[in-house]
Design a protein around this ligand. Structure first.
Ligand code: NDP
Length: 477
């Protein structure tokens, strides 16, 4: 047994992760259900480092140094359970199974609890950055026991992305499913970021009157400022790309129906369970769903509404500046909601997650990497118990500056009939939080009226009910 780490599941992600370990000097045992993939890997990339190709589970496990560290990179769901069932009986107490797939955190909690009883450390590790990240440095969000991180952590720190300040983009997020939970919310925020960017693009196009190439230039300019991020950068690239077959802008020849693999939906489902408003992420998931309902959209094309009048010249340029403000303010709200969800889950499951560290590991390698994340880390470093990112003075001040433009952009979108569910939901969330009174008091009155659900008063302690069907006197609830 010579390998410090093993990878089973050698599709794009597993293969690249194995190569990343090997390129960093580790001896890597490799295994795949279909052995041809293992042979292909060693044939094509064997020169990059020390690989130990294995064809059976027994051979794979025997190749690993103890305590064994076995990375599973198979299709999430039933395949992960099948692989665990195959390998766990071959392992000893103290060995580690690291699941780098996109598992649901509840599955990770279940697997961790089951394997813990057998003395095996199960580490659900969120990995972001796609196949390129897996090869050259992903952002890694491991959960599982602190003990397992003691020996596994330094290896992950070697293969992970590195942030601008030199820190590796990996942190022990917390016990059992904490890592996969944080990865899930990362993906939810990614949905929201993409939706907000999409809305900005649509406004610049329909109201600003700009073409895709011009909008690419606007995004490039924004990318030199506070919106500096991977997603803004690739947006500019996509928008400036011209379709070779037709000579038209690429974005005009792609079918406008967005697909999804499910992590955005999981984020919203979990937020509903936790009672945390993540309206920005939810609107992003729903916006993809709307786009995919082609029959419904076809049947609705005749519905009345305005046709946007494109601005021109200086007016368009001024509008673009306002859209930047709206995008930035809405982005602050998305992250506020996502971090609220992580904080709520951390309290619910006893994970004790350091929110500033989470923002720090997202600074490199992952899809939502952005200069902005340094600000979030700084906000939580300054005040670890920050109740909300909006409570941070820096962010609150920025929104105060942005909000007139933000409101103007949403108002224009509504007047011109351009759908901006992300911008509008973010603004509604902001206004809900700052409202001195919410109509929830009326909701409580309605609930008490039809269901005797009772209410609290602002001026006295206790629980009350009004006899709505009788003489409307108030009684103790
Ligand atoms: P896939 O999700 O396409 O999974 C293919 C791999 O799973 C193959 O190695 C396949 O083996 C194996 N597999 C499937 N079913 C079984 C089974 N019942 N028993 C054993 N092995 C099985 O591969 P990816 O590389 O795209 O992703 C791997 C994991 O990483 C997934 O969980 C994915 O969600 C996650 N991930 C992917 C990212 C991406 O950008 N693609 C980013 C981050 C995470 P065989 O060759 O024998 O069919």
């Amino acid at each position: 047994s010579t390998a410090q780490i093993g990878v089973t599941g050698l599709a794009v992600m597993g293969r690249n992760l194995a190569r990343n370990f090997a390129r960093n000097g580790y001896t890597v045992a490799v295994h795949n259900r279909t052995a041809a993939r293992t042979r292909d890997l060693v044939r094509e990339f064997g020169g990059e480092g020390d690989f130990v190709p294995t064809e059976s589970a027994e051979e794979f496990v025997a190749a690993l140094e103890r305590p064994r560290r076995l990375v599973v990179m198979v299709k999430a769901g039933a395949p992960t359970d099948a692989v665990i069932a195959e390998f766990a009986p071959l392992l000893d107490a103290g060995d580690m199974i690291i699941d780098g797939g996109n598992a649901h955190f509840a599955d990770t909690r279940r697997r961790e609890h089951e394997l813990r009883e057998r003395g095996i450390h199960f580490v659900g590790a969120g990995i972001s950055g796609g196949e390129e990240g897996a090869l050259n440095g992903p952002s890694i969000m491991p959960g599982g026991s602190a003990e397992s991180y003691g020996t596994l952590g330094p290896m992950l720190e070697r293969i992970s992305a590195v942030a601008k300040d030199g820190r590796p983009c990996v942190v022990h997020v917390g016990p059992d499913g904490a890592g996969h939970f944080v990865k899930m919310v990362h993906n939810g925020i990614e949905y929201a970021d993409m939706q907000l960017i999409g809305e900005a693009y649509q406004l610049l196009r329909d109201v600003g009157g700009y073409g895709p190439g011009e909008i690419a230039d606007i995004f490039r300019a924004w990318n030199r400022g506070r919106l500096d991020s991977y997603l803004i950068e690739i947006t500019a690239d996509v928008l400036s790309h011209v379709d070779a077959a037709t000579g038209r802008p690429f974005v005009d020849v792609v079918l406008d129906q967005a697909e999804q693999k499910g992590t955005g939906r999981w984020t919203v489902q979990s937020a509903l369970d936790l009672g945390v408003p993540v309206s920005g992420i939810a609107e992003a998931v729903f916006a993809r769903a709307v786009s995919g309902h082609s029959a419904l959209r076809e049947a609705s094309r005749h519905l009345g509404g305005p046709t946007p009048r494109a601005l021109g010249g200086d007016e368009a340029a001024a509008f673009a500046d306002r859209v930047e403000q709206a995008l930035y303010a809405s982005k602050i709200v998305s992250y506020t909601q996502g971090f609220h969800q992580i904080a709520a889950a951390s309290a619910e499951y006893g994970w004790d997650i350091d929110l500033g560290e989470v923002a720090a590991v997202w600074r490199g390698g992952c899809i939502i990497r952005a200069a902005f994340l340094d600000r979030i880390t700084a906000a939580y470093d300054a005040l670890p118990q920050l109740p909300s990112l909006l409570a941070d003075k820096g962010f609150a001040d920025e929104i105060a500056v942005a909000q007139d433009d933000w409101r103007a952009v949403v108002a224009t979108a509504v007047t011109e009939g351009v759908p901006t569910p992300g911008f509008a939901a973010a603004l509604a969330y902001y206004d809900s939080l700052r409202a001195p009174r919410l109509p929830a008091a009326l909701t409580q009155g309605q609930r008490d009226y039809f269901g005797a659900h009772t209410y609290h008063r602002t001026d006295r302690d206790g629980v009350f009910h009004t006899l709505w069907g009788g003489d409307r006197t108030e009684v103790a609830g």
